[in-house]
Design a protein around this ligand. Structure first.
Ligand code: CP
Length: 321
């Protein structure tokens, strides 16, 4: 990594959400990720940057991409890594979040990557334990590293984020990805439009400074990039589809199939944070289309998370490193 990057610092000690970051923080993370992306393309994909740091990945909710991506990022930085998942732990015996984390920290852990179903869990932890906290998704609140890797992927494919028109489609109400993306894209100067059933739009939508369109075909003609959100069945009441009549009707009105994609009449990038409900938000023909950057998003996640961990570790007082 260059001396220039090493001398710059984030304005925050924890990564709790995009809301707390400045545009300069996000640009610094992107420049740092550029360097790590180059490392990840070398035959030896490893640097010694976090050789003396121990990171605990604490996952109280299911994950594939985020969990594997953080673990790989930590190992590529030569950190010591410990993985914890709430199933099979003493959480089932009634141990609190703070007690669980403090017990893990007693074993000399420097940083905690936390995924938790409760909004605010990462903020709560940052105020109650003595380690750097990285929010890996807290309920319906924020998923900051997902938004960073999404914006980074747009920057990589289109050369910039400023002025790009990004459409976010679907279950905005339950989506931490949507909220973090809105904050991140706006800080970087992109235009954001939301589209989905009115029952899946949050009540405070007017306060977010985004456009809202309920006709997907119109919205698709407006945008340069369409980020198709996952329907979060597990966060909806009742049978999992309480906010719209049926998955079939959702797919017809708000799903992206090849016919609808080809009707747009121009190239737009297709994104999805994963996991995909194929045939609901997008069909396989669209998910696997040449203009889909879904796997580029996943690839970029490792470099982005390396950058976040590296920059936060640089803020740990030297005596404890
Ligand atoms: N995008 C995302 O957060 O995926 P996982 O739930 O698999 O981590």
């Amino acid at each position: 990594m260059s001396a220039t990057i090493q001398s710059e610092q984030l304005s925050v000690e924890h990564l709790l959400g995009i809301k707390e970051l400045t545009a300069a923080d996000i640009e610094l993370i992107f420049r740092t990720a550029d360097g790590f992306k180059e490392v990840l393309n070398r035959p030896i994909k490893k640097v010694p940057s976090l050789r003396d740091i121990t990171v605990a990945n604490l996952f109280f909710e299911s994950s594939t991409r985020t969990r594997v991506s953080f673990e790989l990022a930590e190992k590529r930085l030569s950190a010591d890594v410990v993985n914890f998942s709430s199933s099979g732990s003493s959480v089932s015996k009634g141990e609190t979040l703070v007690d669980t984390v403090n017990n893990i920290l007693a074993m000399k852990v420097d940083m905690v990557v936390l995924r938790h179903p409760d909004p605010g869990a990462a903020v709560f932890l940052s105020r109650n334990v003595g380690a750097r906290i990285v929010n890996a998704g807290d309920g319906t609140h924020e998923h900051p590293t997902q938004a960073l890797l999404d914006a980074y992927s747009i920057r990589e494919k289109l050369g910039k984020v400023r002025g790009i028109k990004v459409l976010i489609v679907g279950d905005v109400l339950h989506s931490r990805v949507a909220l973090s993306n809105i904050f991140c894209l706006q800080k970087l100067g992109a235009e954001v439009m939301l589209c989905g059933p009115s029952t899946l739009m949050p009540r405070h939508i007017d306060s977010l400074g985004v456009k809202v369109e309920y006709d997907l075909d119109k919205a698709l003609r407006w945008c340069d990039v369409a980020n198709m959100l996952r329907i979060q069945m597990e966060r909806q009441k009742g049978d999992g589809i309480a906010n719209f009549p049926s998955l079939r009707e959702y797919a017809m009105r708000f799903g992206l199939d090849l016919q609808r994609y080809e009707r747009i009449g121009k190239k737009i990038l297709i994104m999805h944070p994963g996991p995909i409900n194929r045939g609901v938000e997008i069909t396989s023909q669209v998910a696997d289309h040449a203009n889909s950057i879904i796997l580029d998003q996943v690839e970029n996640g490792v470099a982005i998370r390396m950058a976040v961990l590296y920059l936060l570790a640089a803020r740990i007082p030297r005596s404890t490193v």
